[in-house]
Design a protein around this ligand. Structure first.
Ligand code: GTP
Ligand code: MG
Length: 433
């Protein structure tokens, strides 16, 4: 993988505007690339976008444009070109040969940022696996490419042999890392199991939407908040005991981005498990982004990819302190119509938080039910379970029927299951006389 770790490296950003894409829309994705580059701590000297019906197979952009970039790079002392798309290994090599510059594609840039920001052992392992996976697939394609241009199967030049050795080593390393990750995940799973008594809520959303800021506000924690993409890479959970009608386990996790590399989602699955296993998601959105609907959709597609799109969701439109224009009021109305289960807040100054709290409490009420249960004394495991999982308001013994009477406030789904177990037990007793 190309190294761009040297501080304040001077770079150009490069993109291709395909004929089927709107200029303004593409501009936004170039701006996002700019923000990614800033997050990677490099200096963006200039950007180039070429309009083409579609990108060039060999060099991604036109050769003439590349020559132009080459001479600009020389005068501006730029050594690295960052592309707004993923490049094939052959494209990277060709561009590098023509311009004499390092070539970094979008996925490599994102992976680099993830590597920079990984703090926990788990995040570090996950990033390294994703990076190796990406190098592996690039080498695989490069091998295919070389064998094609050098006479196909049977030809074994030194290049291919080296690539094969590299590939084997990468695969070996990936396997070792995956094993280490599995070990780590075992302990996380144990921790997670203990949490079943609480309502679990996960914050999800596009990177930089304000998830960690909201997490800090609700938990009074001091989690890292930065005006950078992917400030958070690990999952952190905190128990909120007294704010809501029931204890809540709130989890802050990594932000998403459009075209989030698939390999990255794949290797971060264990961190994202917190999201999948939540009762409720708070989808945090920076309402000031011009393409807000598109950002919501890209988050939804990642949620889909990790099987979390069917979970209950409250849309939390954040950063409402930043704009008070008439257009903003109109947009608010439009979003409220589109997403009825939504709230408008500022995680920075606390505006709208009461309303968010009310919605969480309503959700708790909706999820819970109060019921008087009569449980046969023999079902002692079930009695213990009810005590553990619910809030027992009143309890008594009916010695005549040999039953425990419990008035309990408990999760609706659990309650259904408990009632079924009691009925089944009674039926078996009845049949057996
Ligand atoms: N004006 C304003 N800025 C906010 C608000 N909430 C968050 N921010 C700012 O937005 C930036 C990103 O906030 P974070 O809380 O780090 O965002 P995040 O969603 O956790 O980002 P990642 O961890 O990178 O995915 C920071 O500079 C925050 O200070 C808000 O309500 N209003
Ligand atoms: Mg964060």
């Amino acid at each position: 993988m190309i190294d761009i770790t040297r501080r304040r490296e001077r770079v150009f950003l490069i993109g291709v505007l395909p004929s089927d894409e709107k200029k303004e829309h593409y501009q936004l994705s170039m701006e996002e690339l700019h923000k990614l580059a800033e997050t990677a701590e490099v200096d963006v000297i200039d950007s180039f976008v070429q309009s083409l019906p579609r990108s060039k197979t060999k060099t991604y952009i036109g050769k003439g444009k590349l020559q132009e970039i080459k001479s600009f790079a020389k005068t501006k002392k730029v050594k690295t070109l960052i592309f707004n798309n993923n490049l094939s290994p052959a494209q990277s090599r060709n561009i590098s040969n023509i311009t004499g510059c390092n070539v970094v594609d979008r996925t490599e840039l994102i992976l680099h940022i993830f590597a920079q920001h990984a703090r926990t052992k788990q995040a570090k392992l996950q990033v390294e696996i994703a990076q190796l996976d990406y190098s592996f697939s690039k080498l695989k394609n490069l091998w295919k490419h070389l064998s094609r241009i050098r006479g196909g199967i049977g030809f074994r030049g030194p290049g291919e042999t080296q690539i094969e050795i590299d590939r084997r080593e990468i695969r070996y390393r990936i396997n070792i890392l995956k094993k280490q990750l599995k070990e780590l995940e075992k302990t996380t799973k144990i921790k997670r199991k203990k949490r079943s008594k609480y309502l679990s809520i996960s914050l999800v959303g596009y990177t930089n939407a304000g998830k960690s800021t909201l997490f800090n506000l609700l938990t009074k924690e001091d989690r890292l908040v930065e005006d950078k993409l992917f400030a958070t890479l690990d999952a952190k959970s905190r128990l909120i005991s007294h704010r809501y009608e029931k204890s809540v386990m709130l989890t802050d996790t990594i932000g998403f981005i459009r075209k989030l590399p698939h390999k990255l989602v794949e290797s971060f699955k264990s961190t994202l498990l917190e999201v999948v296993e939540a009762d409720l998601l708070l989808h945090v959105i920076d309402v000031n982004q011009p393409n807000v609907i598109e950002l919501i959709e890209s988050v939804n597609s990642v949620l889909d990819e990790i099987n979390a799109s069917k979970l209950d969701i409250i849309m939390v439109f954040n950063k409402c302190d930043l704009d008070n224009s008439t257009y903003f009021k109109f947009l608010r109305k439009k979003l409220r119509n589109e997403y009825p289960n939504s709230v408008f807040i500022s995680a920075k100054n606390g505006e709208g938080i009461e309303q968010l709290d009310d919605m969480i409490n309503s959700y708790i009420q909706y999820k819970q039910d109060t019921e008087i249960l009569r449980i046969p004394m023999e079902m002692n495991k079930l009695i213990k379970f009810v005590h553990e999982q619910g809030d027992v308001i009143f309890s008594d013994l009916d010695l005549e029927s040999n039953e425990v009477i419990l008035e309990v406030k408990i999760d609706r789904d659990l309650l259904e299951n408990i009632i079924k177990q009691i009925e089944k037990y009674r039926l078996v007793c009845y049949i057996n006389g």
